[in-house]
Design a protein around this ligand. Structure first.
Ligand code: XMP
Length: 517
């Protein structure tokens, strides 16, 4: 395996994804616990991530010395490059103009890092994002790539197999980055591609059986791909020792709850309890405008309702469930590092990493904990879930509540649901659904004047959003043609009472996030 040491970059996960795509298992650990992880995993190679800190600051993060002592190959990116430089006797200076965005590196010398990819004397586009820079490389290092503002764009010590880049090979904006990482993993570290979904399925089924034994498992089904794949996998492992609870918070899209319940209860024959808790959720969210409060309220209510239902299930005479199944993904696990004092900044409180298990005193079954979203989809296909279900755009746990800035009411939910259904229908009709990573509507707390027929209207504004993304970490707005947007807008305004204006969101992530709240 391979260890990624996280210095708090917002894109550390992408490094792991690229390594997994190369067919190699890897784990991310924050620098504070990296020494223990290194000891436990005994990785064949290590990657240092970027990070927001400055190595010139006293007490800034460092890599464990044991990694250097072990003699394994290291790839150090951005902040990783800088901490490696100072730890090995080079120097780094701050105070340079921060450089963000595209740059071109010129290759000065061949290296296994870009074998079969980059040629000496040519220039290649890369993505930079940094403030400090290395001013003197440690002994044994040689600069083999430069860019206009980065004299140490690529510096390596081929003897010790230390490779450092000032740019980020893990982001899609470095077009050859995935291949560079694959070169590191395969050619330099020498690991083989043996990470596949059918192997994972068999391994997880055995693990679940072993972990659960004869006990009962409860699963909170959200209707999303993750909890669904988890439920089907666990059901395959332990049959009706599994019971699913679907807490319907009333914040789902048009017809969605019926579809979820139908599929699991009727198609898969998985025991399922459907709880309609919409009055409770909508009642408590009414008038609440703060996005974080909304997210936290939903998380808290979800736990309350779920707990109450779990109590009822225990009363069926087959014993109380002692395990809780969750569709927790690897990104959820890593993101929650920021809650426990890890290096990255929390942007949003996610709904699916609540305090449920601790409060309920249950053990956890999390069969997707090691997987990224696209790996979960591959596993879902492996398990025979329909493509139409697996290919669905992601939908956030807090549902439509975070698409109603300014507060949730039944009336606004109703308008949003109808408008969103039309928007998605038009996207499907145009054959664009699978080209888009996520598309949705946001109903704004803004009214504008319009004229319909001969009358004045004073109705709400609906914002349409559609993005392309590989993983939700970065995203670009989808470039619809104007004809499409015009058609969708006309239909929405004509068919949905309460909306008289439609706008399209052309913000990428960063600087925007995908959801508005
Ligand atoms: P942002 O808005 O942070 O969203 O750019 C990135 C992706 O995550 C989804 N999202 C959530 N998913 N629970 C979830 O399960 C949540 O609380 C949550 N908030 C955002 C979002 O829809 C996008 O796909």
């Amino acid at each position: 395996s391979l260890l990624i040491i996280d210095f708090g970059s917002q894109v550390t996960q992408l490094i792991a994804r690229r390594v997994r795509e190369a067919g190699v298992y890897c784990e991310i650990h924050p620098y504070q616990s990296a020494a223990a992880a290194f000891e436990r995993l005994q990785p064949k190679g290590v990657i240092f991530s970027g990070g927001p800190d400055s190595v010139t600051r006293d007490g800034s993060p460092r890599a464990p010395e044991a990694v250097f002592d072990s003699g394994v190959p290291i790839l150090a990116i951005c902040y990783g490059q800088q901490t490696m430089a100072v730890q090995l006797g080079g120097s780094v200076e701050g105070g340079h103009a921060a450089e963000f965005g595209r740059a071109d590196v010129e290759i000065l010398k061949a290296s296994p890092l870009f074998e079969g990819l980059w040629e000496v004397g040519k220039r290649y586009p890369v993505w930079m994002s940094h403030g400090d820079r290395v001013t003197r490389a440690p002994e044994g290092f040689e600069v083999i790539g430069i860019s206009e503002n980065a004299p140490f764009a690529i510096a390596v010590d081929e003897r010790r197999r230390y490779y450092t880049t000032m740019f980020h090979p893990e982001v899609v904006h470095t077009p050859d980055g995935a291949k560079l990482l694959s070169n590191f993993v395969h050619r330099i570290v020498g690991l083989k591609s043996d990470w596949t979904m059918s192997a994972y399925r068999a391994e997880m089924i055995a693990k679940i059986r072993q972990q659960v034994g004869k006990e009962r498992v409860l699963c909170a089904l959200s209707g999303g791909v993750d909890s669904s794949v988890a439920a089907v996998l666990i059901h395959e492992a332990i049959g009706d020792q599994l019971t699913c609870v679907y807490v319907d918070h009333g914040l789902m899209r048009l017809g969605e709850s019926e579809q979820v319940v139908g599929m699991f209860r009727d198609h898969y024959n998985i025991p399922l309890v459907h709880v309609d808790a919409s009055d409770l959720f909508i009642g408590q969210l009414e008038g609440e405008a703060d996005p974080e409060t909304k997210r936290k309220t939903i998380g808290r209510l979800f736990i309350e309702v779920f707990e109450a239902e779990a109590g009822k299930i225990a009363a069926d005479g087959r014993g109380a469930p002692t395990f809780l199944a969750q569709g927790t993904l690897y990104p959820d696990v890593i993101e929650s590092v920021s809650f426990s004092g890890g290096p990255s900044v929390t942007i949003k409180s996610h709904h699916n990493v609540g305090g449920l298990p601790a409060r309920m005193n249950m053990k956890l079954v999390e069969p997707l904990r090691e997987l990224f979203k696209d790996e979960v989809r591959a596993l879902g296909r492996e398990l025979g879930l329909p493509d139409s279900f697996i290919g669905r755009h992601p939908f956030p746990g807090p549902g439509l509540a975070i698409r109603l800035p300014g507060g949730v009411t039944r009336e606004k939910l109703d308008i949003l649901r109808k408008a969103d259904a039309i928007y998605l229908e038009e996207i499907r009709k145009a054959g664009l659904y699978d080209k888009i990573w996520q598309a949705f509507s946001v109903l704004l707390p803004v009214q504008t004047v319009g004229v319909m027929g001969d009358g004045r209207t004073y109705d709400r504004v609906l914002a349409l959003r559609a993005v392309t993304s590989v993983d939700g970490m970065t995203a670009d707005f989808y470039p619809f043609d104007m004809g499409f947007l015009g058609r969708a807008a006309t239909r929405i305004i004509n068919e949905v009472k309460g909306v008289n204006r439609v706008v399209y969101d052309v913000t990428s992530k960063p600087p925007g996030t995908i959801e508005w709240e």
